[in-house]
Design a protein. Sequence first.
Length: 140
Amino acid sequence: MPGKALVLDANILIRAVLGKRVRELLEAYCEVATFFVPRAAFAEAEEHLPELVVKRGGDPKKALEFLNALAGLVDLIGSEVYGQFEAVARERLGQRDPDDWPILAAALAIGCPIWTEDTDFFGCGVATWSSSRVEIFLRE
């Protein structure tokens, strides 16, 4: 496994499909970093992506195909990896977005930061990186 690791939030997967920058970062750094994605976050991206693509005038089927192709650049992980951290993650998130617990639990289990555009993780005891700054972490 490469030396760097990040847990990706669903919004990062969606950005990778809808834009260029995130996809370019994933492609550029997949050899030096491991990008972990809880299956729940992947499912969330699958759920929301079609509606977002239709709003932009795109083809939802192609977007979902592209999302599935991105699975080759990330490591999908299940609750067997992070499930024991569910209670802690839920407590730390509080009422902010309880559905994000798998992201935080995965970061706690693996011991790495979260790549997200979501401020719900701030103050949860785990470092977060936004797309505009994540390359600093990946380059170090």
